[in-house]
Design a protein around this ligand. Structure first.
Ligand code: PEP
Ligand code: MN
Length: 337
């Protein structure tokens, strides 16, 4: 249920309602809006609770949340969630671009590409240090050494660092170096991992599973939100279909559809979504046109030498051209990029 507080409600009043909600075995989530504060109470609702809370003087009204994803739902929060993390601002008319290699490979590679993507206007740096690979024999990432290189690249460029965490055991380690934790497509339904990153206060970039429905995607986000971490970025990265011309199928209707259902920022990943570098500029521009709040793009100083995902990776020059194209679309929509 959503408890809508009266505009004059003080912190003390809000705390009192939260305590009552907690005493009934539910979890209160305070969502501060422009006009008033609401408390989203999640968990099993004891009978008669809505009427009891609604009778309190400081409460304007109590409403059920109809969507299965409670905190992610637009019913709970009307205004868009804007995520600010160092150099990256996403949502509410601000477009952020996260760019960098699929994998961190060496100091020279990450430093070079970090400077290149920054010069072209990227607002955050990506790079995998722990890599989820289809084959156990493929390069698995530089692990902590890669995290250290990402941190060094952040120090050199000022770009916020986004990197994947694959297991709850690594959340503490990855959090030491990263600004934003990425949950990869394969782990979208790893509920213990979702809860573990939900316990941190780092923004989480959650990728859609290749065979997950949008409802499953939003419920995965809900696992993070319900731990009290309200900074979740949703990323459409392509789904598996019968089509084999592209690596995955990038469904751009996801963007306006999610916009209707949730206040969370929405980005796309045209690199994994297509698997083909030449398609990435158009699909990036199309994503912005569809209303995306940002992009995550793979860029490498020399894609043909990349240890992973080279075929879908942009050269620095192609990335710069992509940025220029996307900026035109963003400007036409009255957004900042
Ligand atoms: C990646 O970002 O390099 C990655 C492995 O992505 P996904 O989880 O979407 O496959
Ligand atoms: Mn990749």
């Amino acid at each position: 249920m959503i408890v809508v507080m009266k505009p004059f409600a003080t912190q003390e009043m809000i705390t009192r309602i939260m305590k009552r909600v907690e005493s009934l075995g539910m979890k209160p989530h305070v969502i501060v809006g422009v006009e008033r504060t609401v408390i989203a109470a999640t968990g099993a609702e004891p009978e008669g609770i809505q009427a009891e809370i609604e009778a309190c003087d400081e409460v304007e009204k109590v409403m059920p949340i109809l969507a299965p994803y409670k905190i992610a739902s637009r019913e709970t929060r009307k205004e868009p969630t804007v995520i600010r993390c160092g150099s990256l601002v996403l949502g509410g008319g601000h477009i952020g671009v996260i760019a960098g290699p699929c994998s961190v490979e060496s100091e020279e590679q990450i430093m070079q590409v970090a400077a290149q993507v920054k010069a072209a206007g990227a607002t955050a740096l990506r790079g995998g240090a722990f890599k989820p690979r289809t084959s156990p024999y493929a390069f698995q990432g530089m692990k902590e050494a890669g995290l250290k290189l990402l941190a060094a690249a952040r120090d050199a460029t000022g770009l916020a660092v986004v990197t994947e965490v694959m297991t709850p055991h690594h959340v503490e380690l990855v959090s030491k170096y990263a600004d934003i934790l990425q949950i990869g497509a394969r782990n979208m339904q790893n509920y213990h991992l979702l809860q573990a990153v939900g316990e941190t206060r780092k923004p989480i970039l959650l990728k859609r599973g290749p065979s997950a429905t949008i409802e499953e995607f939003l419920l995965a986000a809900e696992y993070i939100l319900d731990q009290g971490n309200h900074d979740v970025i949703l990323c459409e990265r392509g789904i598996r279909t019968f089509e084999t011309h592209t690596r995955f199928t990038l469904p751009l209707a996801t963007v306006p559809y999610l916009r209707e259902k949730t206040h969370l920022p929405i980005i796309t990943d045209p690199s994994h979504g297509t698997g083909i570098a030449s398609l990435v500029p158009s699909m990036s521009a199309a994503s912005i046109a569809a209303g995306a709040d940002g992009l995550i793009l793979e860029v490498h100083p020399n894609p043909s030498k990349a240890v992973s995902d080279g075929a879908q990776t942009l050269t620095p020059a192609a990335f710069e051209a992509t940025m220029q194209l996307c900026r035109k679309v963003a400007t036409a929509l009255g957004k900042t990029m």
